[in-house]
Design a binder for this molecule. Structure first.
Ligand code: MG
Length: 380
């Protein structure tokens, strides 16, 4: 799901290189990319969200027998295509939730790259995965690292702490006053990883790290207090697990998502990869620092959100997605993102054991509130 995106393109490369058949593709509207991948992989089914784009793709692929569906329902059809055993959820946004749940019901392995799945509906998704016996293998570098560091961990009680590393984003060391003047172009120049626009901005505000804390809590069944974050500018240690005996296991490597993508597909097996070897002598040293929760308040906000639970993380995510889009459109400033997301999140309603419908409603309301707050900040 999401083949035109950065995870999707890397998945296609890995599948091509390792000879893994691709049975379905699903994207919003990138007809060129879909046609290219369709001709390469000859999938059974393609889902296109946008109906005009679906029509165009049908014309272009009329010489094939590939079935092309359209709209949100077709995403579910792609995620449950017959014969597949793994679904890579590389689409961003809450639209990834329903197809992920549908694939879980079919016991497919989820190579999880969609944040919203665990941030917004972590309780529901993890419970269903346990009930259905579906494996969830994270693709995000930090969670993939922790997943690997947990190999050989027999009891969850042996885990003392998960330590997520954080590049610090392009504005590490800056104070709030300096952050207020940052433009979308400044924020899109991320130091280490090459990613989509929303996640790049989320990395710059540290909202992304906040989401990763929530995902770690959900995925590995630990408390928020058991998840630490350390700034590690070199992005060589992708994350660590500290055990009860104070042994710390770290997963290291060149910062290259292709490794995480490939491992999620081939786990528990490992194969050659195009990722560069790690040259420790050339690196010579690795550095670590405390994240600045005052300049980057969305990280501590995420801890409060996951502790409150219910729909609060979904509200935070919805408000953030809306605020980031408004920042990229030049409608609000960089620091308005954290102001708006914080205000909307602190006002989130308490809903015990929310259903998917409750979560979706809270998400919509959060976006509406974020837009309303931005409109009140005229002249920025
Ligand atoms: Mg990450």
């Amino acid at each position: 799901l999401g083949p035109p995106g950065s995870i999707g393109r890397q998945t296609a490369q890995a599948a091509g290189r390792l000879g893994i058949p691709v049975l379905a593709l699903a994207a919003r509207r990138d007809v060129d990319r879909l046609e290219e991948q369709a001709r390469k992989f000859r999938p059974k089914y393609i889902s296109v969200m946008d109906s005009a784009a679906a029509k165009e793709l049908r014309t272009r692929l009329s010489d094939t027998n590939i079935e092309i569906g359209e709209g949100e329902e077709s995403l579910v059809a792609a995620a449950t295509v017959e014969g597949a055993d793994c679904v890579v959820t590389g689409i961003s946004g809450s639209v990834g939730l329903r197809p992920t749940l549908a694939a879980i019901h079919q016991k497919r392995r989820i190579a999880l790259a969609n944040k919203e799945t665990l941030v917004c509906a972590g309780d529901i998704v993890m419970r269903r995965a346990r009930e259905c016996g579906a494996e969830i293998v994270p693709v995000d570098s930090e969670h993939s690292a922790i997943f690997q560091c947990l190999m050989g961990c027999r009891e969850r009680t042996e885990i003392k702490r998960l330590i997520l590393t954080c590049s610090g984003g392009p504005f590490f060391g800056k104070k709030r006053e300096e952050l207020a003047r940052i433009t979308p172009a400044d924020a899109l120049a991320h130091p280490t990883w090459s990613m989509g626009n929303r996640i790049t901005i989320d990395s710059a505000t540290l909202m992304n790290k906040g989401f990763e804390v929530i995902e770690a809590v959900m995925l590995f069944g630990v408390t928020p207090e058991q998840v630490g974050v350390v700034v590690h500018r070199e992005s060589i240690i992708h994350s660590m697990v500290e055990y009860t005996d104070n042994a710390v296991i770290a997963q290291m490597g060149a910062p290259d998502m292709r490794l995480c993508v490939q491992y999620a597909l081939t786990y528990p097996e490992r194969y050659d990869s195009p990722v560069a070897e790690l040259d420790l002598v050339k690196l010579s040293r690795l550095t670590f620092a405390e994240p600045d929760g005052e300049a980057f308040p969305l990280l501590p906000l995420a801890y409060r959100a996951v502790k409150r639970g219910g729909v609060v993380p979904a509200v935070m995510n919805g408000a953030d997605e809306a605020a980031v889009a408004m920042f990229l459109d030049g409608r609000i400033s960089f620091t308005d993102i954290s102001d708006i997301v914080s205000a909307v999140t602190e006002n989130a309603p308490e809903v015990e054991c929310p259903t998917l419908e409750d979560i979706e409603a809270a998400d919509r309301e959060a976006r509406r509130m974020a837009a309303e707050m931005a409109a009140g900040r005229a002249g920025v």
